[in-house]
Design a protein around this ligand. Structure first.
Ligand code: ADP
Ligand code: ASP
Ligand code: MG
Length: 401
């Protein structure tokens, strides 16, 4: 008995039968004597469909109106699921993000949760109702609707679990847990029993979409243990927590991210302050720079090459083009035919030869590496997009089997 937050993703609520399937899971949890707060995403491909609808009207819709539009998807889900719960005889009420007290910053389309005013939620729970909350959305200081970025319902669920001091936070999805690679692409991938917050944060940030990376960040910050499990196949999933038992696994997973663009600025003067000028321009636009490579100088110049999310690439190039006289006026080049493939595992901290095993697997496939970056628990390479799936399979084989 306790308070449980259960989140269901888009495929888990995609049609009538899936909605009743979710309602039964929630009803069982409730009937076992728990208080339940449910967070749901938009049904199936609804969010993508709404984005396509916007594109029919405008090639550059305003972010505010995009959030107004996208937030409707989750609103459909909460109403339908609540009706299904009521059909099953469960007392339930739906709340939008703002009714549930989600206050965010102003950043439309990628807002961050500032706080959650849980008063309404708690009063509904006190009336013995299951509360069904729309994920992915909140309200900013102007009382405008904001959304939290793709996959943001995971973050809504974890934030609620933290704010309500829930006893458990379960993320139900369409696979049985967190695997050593995307199980839809790598059939040999195996399900992990446990994974640490740090490892999961890297995997999520490096392309494993099973959990949104901000949700893992929040879970770590507030110590919210997560369980990732299937809504279709009842069995124990994967536990994400601070520390895990030593399992002797050198790496926990392989991830692929095609949302990368490589930008190069040629002939940057090799004098102090140039990197600051370049990267502060990008920081002002909230553009995350990932791997940075600086070539050794030709004469008094150097080339700067770095990666940014594909979705930010055009903005990055425009701002650099507009300001290029501040760093030498050299050519700004954009390449989008790359992907990032990464391995993650705390075990690599205490073992040598991990990088060489990864590079050997790529070399055996004749795959060329353009950039490399490492941290204590991950190694990433930038390679041609067309090689990415082959690379993941080869690297997975080298470490997991
Ligand atoms: P939801 O709609 O439930 O939020 P998502 O589509 O966002 O679900 O995330 C689940 C998907 O993540 C799976 O269907 C799977 O294809 C993909 N995925 C990628 N990497 C992994 C991984 N390492 N383990 C499990 N699933 C993964
Ligand atoms: N519906 C949103 C999306 O598709 C949020 C989510 O699913 O978590 O990104
Ligand atoms: Mg998701």
């Amino acid at each position: 008995m306790g308070l449980i937050v259960q989140k269901f993703g888009g495929t888990s609520v995609k049609d009538r039968s899936r909605i009743f399937n979710v309602a039964r899971i929630v009803a069982n949890t409730r009937n076992a004597g728990n208080d339940v707060v449910v967070v749901v995403s938009a049904q199936g491909d609804t969010t993508d469909d709404l984005i396509a609808k916007a594109a029919e009207i405008s090639s550059n819709p305003s972010d505010r109106e995009m959030d107004m539009l996208l937030s409707t998807g989750e609103q459909i889900s909460i109403a339908l699921l609540t009706m299904a719960l009521q059909e099953l005889g469960v007392s339930a009420i739906s709340l939008t993000g703002w009714q549930a007290g989600f206050a965010t910053d102003r950043a439309y389309t990628k807002a961050r949760i500032r706080r959650i005013n849980t008063e309404r939620l708690e009063s509904e729970l006190a009336r013995n109702r299951v509360v069904v909350v729309a994920g992915f959305q909140g309200l900013n200081r102007n009382d405008d609707i904001t959304t939290l970025g793709r996959g943001g319902s995971d973050t809504s669920a974890v934030a609620l679990a933290a704010a309500l001091h829930a006893d458990r936070c379960q993320i139900f999805t369409d696979v049985e847990g967190v695997y050593t690679a995307d199980p839809r692409k790598i059939p040999k991938a195996t399900k992990l029993k446990e994974i640490t917050f740090d490892e999961m944060l890297e995997l999520a940030s490096l392309g494993a979409q099973v959990l949104n990376n901000r949700s893992v960040e929040l879970a770590k910050k507030y110590g919210v243990e997560l369980e990732v499990l299937s809504s279709l196949n009842p069995m124990p999933g994967t536990i994400v927590k601070e520390e895990t038992k030593v399992e002797g696994m050198l790496i926990k997973g392989v991830a692929k991210d095609e949302n990368v663009a490589v930008i190069s600025i040629l002939e940057v003067p090799d004098v102090p302050g140039m990197s600051f000028k370049v990267f502060s321009l990008l920081a002002q636009r909230n553009i995350n720079v990932d791997i940075i490579l600086q070539s050794s100088g030709r004469g008094n110049n150097k080339d700067l090459t770095f990666t940014v999310p594909l979705s930010d690439a055009q903005t990055a190039v425009s701002v650099l083009e507009e300001n290029k006289n501040r760093f030498g006026g050299g050519e700004v080049k954009l390449a989008t035919n790359f992907a990032k493939v990464s391995i993650v595992g705390a075990g690599m901290q205490s073992h040598s030869g991990v990088a060489s095993t990864m590079f050997e697997a790529l070399s055996n496939q004749g795959i060329n590496i353009h950039m490399i970056s490492t941290s204590e628990i991950k190694i990433s390479v930038i390679i041609d997009k067309q090689d990415a799936d082959r690379a993941v399979a080869a690297i997975h084989d080298a470490f997991i089997h």
